[in-house]
Design a protein around this ligand. Structure first.
Ligand SMILES: [Zn+2]
Ligand SMILES: [Zn+2]
Length: 287
């Protein structure tokens, strides 16, 4: 999902939900010119998505003949089944970095935060070919019941439909150098805008673009040493009291997937687009 400088994507074709940016920040701070990246805000809202649709927490297009992922973390008394977190069809998400032959990204995780020592939910990511994978065209798997001993409701998304929307991100505040931050702070006092909350990286559940970090940036590298790209953020909230000023959708009802990832945290998922097998890394940050 390389940067795309076509500003205001989506605003002409009727799928815009995010308000127009109130300030052209890259015109005011030239260091930001060329740093913009396209992100796809997913705007999950409770609904009844089907297995042939993109969703958060919805049913997966998963053949009954294929084993359902389970978590083998040593801290669990059993191997609990993972739960569906996201299913993204490439047709719905421009720039989704599906490997050759695949057209879906499926994300599952083990719904508990008790994964010591790092507390990151253990993930399974499947890049799937919806037409040609073995078992396609036959029965679909039904998600197994969650394990009552380890499962935590806060980590189980309720089924949501998505409204993918391309917007422009700038780097999160935490990625900026000290000199630029100081100049932004002076400008913020005059203008009343907050770069961190209102003009930088889009908050909420999104694909590609710049991560909206809760803590310091933690860009991973793949097992072969390549820098990884941000694939997907699963966020507890789409916006907060500060960020709603510029990021609250103008035309969508309030609502979210009902997640509380740590202290209103986010799970960040990365992939390597240089490696054909698209290795995955993930981490959790909370405020
Ligand atoms: Zn687990
Ligand atoms: Zn790699």
């Amino acid at each position: 999902m390389a940067g795309n400088a076509d500003a205001h994507l989506g605003e002409e074709d009727g799928v815009s939900h995010t308000p127009h940016r109130p300030v052209d920040i890259a015109a005011l701070f030239s260091e930001l010119a060329g740093q913009e990246r396209t992100t796809v805000r997913l705007h999950p809202r409770p609904g009844r998505p089907g297995p042939e649709e993109s969703s958060i927490g919805g049913p997966l297009l998963w053949p009954a003949t294929e084993l359902w992922p389970r978590c083998d973390h040593s801290g669990h008394p059993t191997t609990p089944p993972m739960v569906a977190v996201a299913q993204l069809y490439a047709r719905d998400v421009p720039g989704l970095p599906v490997p050759s032959g695949a057209d879906i990204c499926q994300v599952l995780w083990c719904p508990t935060w008790d994964h010591q020592p790092d507390y990151v939910p253990r993930l399974a990511v499947r890049w799937r070919d919806s037409r040609h994978d073995p078992g396609m065209g036959g029965d679909l798997a039904t998600a197994p019941p969650v394990d009552p001993v380890t499962a935590d409701e806060d980590f189980i998304p309720q089924p949501c439909s998505v409204s993918p929307e391309q917007t422009i991100d700038y780097p999160d505040w935490s990625e900026l150098n000290e000199e630029l931050r100081q100049r932004l702070e002076v400008w913020e006092q005059d203008s009343g805008w907050s770069y961190a909350y209102q003009l930088g990286a889009a908050p909420g559940t999104k694909v590609g673009g710049w991560p909206e970090w809760m803590q310091d940036p933690e860009w991973p590298t793949c097992p072969r040493g390549h820098p990884m790209d941000h694939l997907l953020t699963i966020a507890s909230w789409e916006y907060d009291a500060e960020s709603q000023r510029t990021w609250k959708p103008r035309d969508l009802a309030d609502g979210d997937a009902g997640l509380m990832l740590g202290d209103a945290g986010s799970v960040y998922i990365f992939t390597c687009v240089t490696c054909d097998d698209r290795p995955i890394a993930s981490l959790l940050q909370a405020s």
